[in-house]
Design a protein around this ligand. Structure first.
Ligand code: DAH
Length: 345
């Protein structure tokens, strides 16, 4: 009698050992059969009362071994299935699939405009010379022949560093002229783009920070005609080949003679619109022959050398080119505004 039961239990053990659940359904069936609440091992424990006493212990151990074999088989089959599905998803990786779209930014309209200006002048031999935004009084004013009592030096117009009468935020890129001329002898042919600061009330037309591009050309025999031709070339590259220029006499402490330059209005074709205020002309820069006093202060022999200089605002040109009517938009960095601009430069 007990031999039969032993055989039956051994048969169950064998069944467990040879079974190999290879998918989740088979694994679940295995679990229900051997480990579930109505599993087929449980009744085997009940058979113990039919075993003769001497073999009860042996039988108990055998049924326990069956139970353990079922548990082990289950967990190893489960592990195998899990790692199988992991490697399946690894092979599902499509290495040729396009990458997640990456949102590209766009260049700021000030950078676009400034890059265009730099590009135009570098084509005729001007090199870029950048310098500090925190300047001393000498480079910003004194070297540029701006007298002590000039209104530009006033606290109202200039941001001085705290507790300083000497250090300031440069009010124009003309300070770079002094930086370059005190370090280099002619020939000098540079443009200096950069940010400048003035203590202005912020409005649609004015800001306390803006950008300028300065130009300086010093050599023997540099003439006013050279300046005119250079600026005409610039205006036509920037605003279109049909553009005309007009020089109006003006005053700057660092140039003599000085002029302001207008370009024919490219918005209305000089016919008159609200951008050119119905004059047909828009002002874009100040210029002139470098005052000999400036050359001397910077250590350049004014008997031997002459030069011309100019300074232009970048925001103004950006606003003209893009039809932007409020300078504050250029500094707010609202993405809805910025993403309208694209450029190869
Ligand atoms: N620095 C002047 C300004 O900020 C602009 C300027 C005028 C620069 C004439 C020059 C120049 O180099 O020659 O208004």
């Amino acid at each position: 009698m007990s031999a039969e039961i032993f055989e039956k239990v051994n048969q169950v053990l064998q069944d467990i050992e040879i079974s190999s659940p290879s998918n989740t359904e088979e694994l679940e069936a295995f679990r229900i059969k051997y480990l579930g609440s109505k599993n087929s091992i449980k009744p085997l424990f009940g058979e113990i009362r039919n075993i003769e006493n001497e073999r009860k212990k042996e039988f108990g151990q055998l049924v326990n071994a069956v139970k353990q074999a079922a548990e082990q088989k289950f967990s190893s089959a489960q592990d195998a299935l899990e790692s199988q599905s992991e490697s399946a998803s690894a092979s599902d990786l499509d290495l040729s699939a396009p990458a997640e779209p990456f949102a590209l930014g766009s260049r700021h309209p000030i950078s676009i405009t400034q890059n265009r200006i730099v590009d135009i002048f570098s084509r005729i031999g001007f090199t870029v010379s950048e310098n500090r935004e925190i300047e001393d009084d000498w480079h910003n004013f004194t070297a540029m022949n701006t007298p002590e009592d000039h209104p530009a030096r006033d606290m109202q117009d200039t941001f001085y560093l705290q507790n300083s009468t000497e250090m300031l935020l440069r009010t124009h890129t003309s300070s770079v002229q002094a930086r370059v001329m005190t370090k280099t002898q002619p020939p000098i042919r540079i443009i200096a783009p950069g940010r400048v600061y003035r203590n202005e009330t912020i409005s649609a037309r004015a800001h306390c920070q803006f950008h300028q591009v300065e130009g300086l050309y010093v050599d023997e025999n540099v003439s006013f005609a050279d300046m005119k031709q250079t600026l005409l070339y610039f205006a036509q590259e920037m605003f279109g080949q049909g553009t005309k220029i007009r020089l109006r006499p003006s005053y700057f402490p660092f140039t003599e003679p000085s002029a302001e330059m207008d370009v024919s209005c490219f918005i209305c074709n000089a016919e008159g619109c609200n951008v050119c205020k119905y004059t047909g002309w828009v002002e874009i820069l100040g210029c002139g022959m470098v005052d000999p006093e400036v050359l001397d202060r910077c250590g350049i022999d004014s008997k031997k050398y002459t030069g011309f200089a100019f300074g232009m605002g970048v925001e103004r040109q950006a606003m003209l080119l893009y039809g932007i009517n409020d300078i504050r938009l250029l500094f707010e960095n609202d993405v809805r505004f910025l993403k309208q601009f694209t450029s190869a430069l």
